[in-house]
Design a protein around this ligand. Structure first.
Ligand SMILES: [Zn+2]
Length: 91
């Protein structure tokens, strides 16, 4: 019988191998959260196939208010992500 740690290590190794060979055909900018629901004003470009973080950058300070999102922020982060943009606007 496998322990949870053994299964976790095996899965992490498989994902690492996938990330090494993946050509990252589908990418998307997402808000970075250091814990669920805790955003720090950074966005990251993530491959939708292998989940590798390809790039991360800070947003300008005046774009980091998540309670009152300026339209330019939404346009910048979610230009290619209609579903997430709609979710933010509705919250
Ligand atoms: Zn990839």
């Amino acid at each position: 019988m496998n322990t949870a740690n053994e299964i976790r290590e095996r899965c992490e190794k498989e994902i690492a191998e996938l990330q090494q060979v993946c050509k990252h055909p589908k990418k998307q900018w997402m808000m970075y959260a250091w814990a669920p629901g805790h955003y720090n004003g950074e966005i990251c470009l993530v491959c939708l196939v292998c989940s590798k973080e390809l790039e991360r950058k800070n947003l300008p300070d005046d774009w980091c208010s998540f309670k009152n999102l300026p339209p330019k922020y939404i346009e910048y982060v979610y230009k290619e992500n209609e579903a997430l943009r709609s979710a933010i606007i509705q919250s």
